[in-house]
Design a binder for this molecule. Structure first.
Ligand code: NZQ
Ligand code: ZN
Length: 386
């Protein structure tokens, strides 16, 4: 097992009704709150009114309208409010997009230059306002990690900003908020969780046995409860298991003792940067193709192990077991109702070369990923998705 540091400072308040804790906890940092949210789902489920009821003694300013694939322009608006109104706390109410925008706002509030500078040079993140979150979709794990993914619509870049200063101080995870999710968001969110686990599982493992077994349990949880959440949206057991899995899937627990750069995420981020598609939908299309592309004598043992341990595939031959596991992953995404091809989304090959070059340039794909991929490889994977 490799040497590692593990420190997750986020206070998680999990379960129905936990939103009530916000007044007491936010008060420790001040009374002036910037509430950040998306296109209005929190109003439909009564959460907006609930926040006002809980924070009745606070001075609340609002930044609504955070886009899925949150944009730099929204971050700039939020940072301006923080500076003008002397905000004490940023409160994100929503999903990964809202939380990510809030994280960037929290540090941009202390920066006088262009907020995009901080994405390109993380050393500029030197201070951040405390970030509180109320999670309404489980997918990204942003509620318990230090990363935020921001889109620059001008340059068509979608890049991550990350700093230990951006861990949320406290996150409320109430599974009942997930009941109202549109089916496609439940499905895409589940695909995102699964992909986060894969990105860490499909890495060389020098003896981190525990990390692989935990990852397999988390994958099995998604495969069991994803379809249940779709057919019974208000099934608390399914929603709560998926919600907790999403948080631990990307708080670095599944990287402990291992390492390496991610593969499918940088390839997908170009798709959502160029075509503004839902992140989890892109991942569901790409993942089985990536798996088939990188399957080789070098990787077959790990793919076979995955198939046997997670899907109980009873196949002695490693290649047969591995392929059976990949088939099952593909079937799972189809069962969730997600598309299998980019063609179904109206995407053709015109931008593939550009996207492949950006994916390689902005990530560790060619240098540190499980199977190193150059621009041609990435382009081939996009083509397999047509
Ligand atoms: O905007 P509203 O009206 O709230 O609607 C949202 C949005 O349309 C809706 N929604 C959320 N909760 C709902 C709901 N609708 C009904 N009932 C509810 N309870 O769902 C839609 C998607 O929301 P969004 O926040 O975009 O989803 P998600 O959590 O999947 O976030 C995706 C973003 O996070 C990034 C992705 O790239 C993408 O930009 N990621 C962030 C990561 C991180 N910070 O660690 C890692 C991930 O790999 C990912 O890249
Ligand atoms: Zn993701």
């Amino acid at each position: 097992m490799n040497r590692f540091d593990f420190c997750v400072p986020t206070d998680i308040r999990f379960g129905e009704g936990q939103v009530e804790c916000l007044a007491k906890e936010i008060e420790k940092y001040g009374k002036r709150v910037l509430m950040v949210y998306g296109g209005g789902s929190i109003k439909k489920i009564g959460l907006y009114d609930k926040i006002y009821e809980v924070l009745k003694d606070f001075e609340i300013y609002e930044l609504p309208g955070i886009e899925p694939n949150p944009r730099l322009t929204s971050v700039e608006k939020g940072a301006r409010i923080c500076k003008d109104k002397n905000i004490d706390v940023v409160l994100a109410v929503g999903g990964g997009s809202t939380i990510d925008a809030s994280k960037h706002i929290a540090c941009a509030a202390y920066y006088d230059g262009d907020a995009w500078d901080m994405v390109l040079d993380r050393s500029l993140v030197t201070k951040a306002l405390p970030i509180f979150t109320v999670l309404t979709i489980c997918a990204t794990g942003s509620e318990m990690n230090p990363g935020a993914v921001i889109s620059n619509e001008e340059t068509k870049e979608k890049l991550e900003i990350s700093s230990p200063l951006l861990y949320p101080t406290l996150s409320v995870c109430d599974p009942t908020y997930l009941y109202s999710l549109p089916l496609v968001q439940t499905a895409a969110g589940t695909a995102d969780i699964v992909s986060h686990i894969f990105e860490q599982y499909f890495q060389p493992n020098d003896g981190a046995y525990i990390t692989d077994r935990l990852s397999e349990a988390a994958l099995a949880t998604c495969f069991k409860y994803g379809p249940v959440a779709l057919s019974e949206p208000d099934n608390y057991e399914a929603r709560s298991n998926l919600m907790w899995t999403s948080s631990i899937a990307l708080n670095h627990l599944f990287t402990v003792g291992k390492g390496g750069a991610w593969s499918v995420h940088p390839i997908e981020h170009e798709l959502s940067a160029f075509y503004d598609i839902t992140h989890g939908v892109g991942l569901a299309i790409l993942t089985p193709k990536w798996m088939r592309y990188v399957l080789s004598d070098k990787t077959v043992k790990r793919f076979a192990m995955f198939a046997r341990n997670v899907f109980n595939v009873n196949e002695a031959d490693d290649y047969k077991a591995a392929n059976c596991g990949i088939d099952k992953v593909e079937e799972f995404f189809v069962e969730l109702g997600l598309p299998k091809t980019l063609t179904e989304l109206g995407i053709d090959d015109r931008d593939f070369a550009k996207m492949a070059s950006e994916a390689v340039r902005t990530s560790g794909l060619a240098t540190r990923s499980y199977v190193k991929l150059n621009e041609k490889d990435v382009e081939n994977i996009y083509k397999m998705c047509l």
